[in-house]
Structures are given as C-alpha cells and as structure tokens.
Write a protein that binds this ligand. Sequence first.
Ligand code: ADP
Length: 229
Amino acid sequence: MLSARRLSRRYGSDDGLVRAVDDVDLDVPAGRAVAVMGPSGCGKSTLLQLLGGLQRPSGGEVWLAGRRIDTMSERALARLRRDSIGFVFQAFHLMDELTAVENVELAALLAGRSPGRARRRAMYLLDRVGLADRARHLPSELSGGQRQRVAIARALTNEPLVVLADEPTGNLDTAATLEVLRLFEELRAAGQTLVVVTHDARIAAVADQVVSMRDGAFADATTFAGDRR
Ligand code: ADP
C-alpha cells in the first residue's frame, strides 16, 4: 500500500549537513498498522512528512497504492493528500473558528461532496469517535482529548488509503491518551492502514509492526509484534 525505497531527506549545506532520513526502506501493507519510535530528532516526523507528500525527499522514492508520489506535481500531490491520506498531528491543527462538525465536513466539501452528504458523513464520524453531542462546539470548548478525536474524525472524512499520525497523544494526559488509544485500536481492527509516530509504548502496542529509528535510519530489523490477523 505505502512504500519507501532508499528514502533520504537532508537539511543544510555540506558544512552543516543533517541526514534527517537516511536511506530508509519501508513497506506498509494494506490494512496494517506500523508504529515508528525513537528518540527526539531521529527523523520520525520527517519520515512521516515524506510518506505523506508534505515534503519532497532528497533521494529515493515513495509509492502509495501503486503510484509514485515523490515526483508528482504540487497540484496532483495536493489532490492526493486531500483524497487519499488522513493526517493527525500532535497539535490537532483544527480551525479555531469552525465547530467540530464543520471541521470534519470541510475536508469532504473540499473534495467536492455535496453539503448534505458532507454533513451526514461528518456526523457519522463524530458519532464514531464518541462526540456526536459535541458537534456544534468550537475547539476552544473541547478538551485536548476531544479535540484530537475531532482531528481523527477529520482524518477519516474522505476514507483515506492511509492515516499518518505524528505523536497523536503527545499533548494529552493519560485519560485522553486512553481515549485516542481506543480509537486507534478500532481503526486497526477495521483494517485501516496506519502509520503512527509515537513515544508512547501503549500506542505502539496497537501496531502490527514497530520500527525503531536512530539518526535517520532504522535501528534494528523491523520487529513484528505478531501477526494478529
Ligand atoms: P523527530 O520527529 O524524530 O523528533 P525530526 O524529523 O523532526 O525528528 O528531525 C530530524 C532531524 O532533522 C533533526 O536533527 C532536526 O533538527 C532536523 N530537521 C528537521 N526539520 C528541519 C528543517 N526544516 N531544517 C533543518 N533541519 C531540520
């Protein structure tokens, strides 16, 4: 489903070169959940941004569902991100002036769905993340855990091929982390392809496969948490 081949991203010039991602190979089969762990600065976020077409690699290839994405035009890439990739960020990145349901339906409207269909889809997803009764609240009226659940609903709006999550519980307390953890378990059980960057071993434990990064590369042979399908 999602593959990286000899993927690299370097920052800076020759004198101060940072190899943020250094010659990485990764395969995420459809329906699998992969967790990426490792110390701060080892390249996890950069890897995720390369996989999601938010950044261009310095070298190597990224493939999603049989299409090479790192060489796509900006326009094609923007459409692909909108229609096929669901992003979840540590800082939620919700639109402050929009209600929960408006945040979730916006992605569907941008993808050309009718307002009625977009609203129905958004309400269905808010119900799925346990927030049907908060649909008309602004993000500022929601807890951190609730905001992240809205962001997860938004990521699912257009039925993405893959969900990419960068430290989704990094800003959350234990109770909220458990709410998000339960959602990821449900996503995995539903067969959603998922890549999650996390420091949290509980989140990583949901994954089918855990990858450890050090200095831009995978530190060990990828360890399978066990084939649970
Ligand atoms: P992680 O997500 O594991 O904390 P990052 O992917 O954010 O790691 O960063 C990997 C390395 O790349 C770090 O050394 C970081 O300082 C560097 N880096 C990340 N983004 C940039 C940037 N835009 N410009 C220069 N260096 C960067």
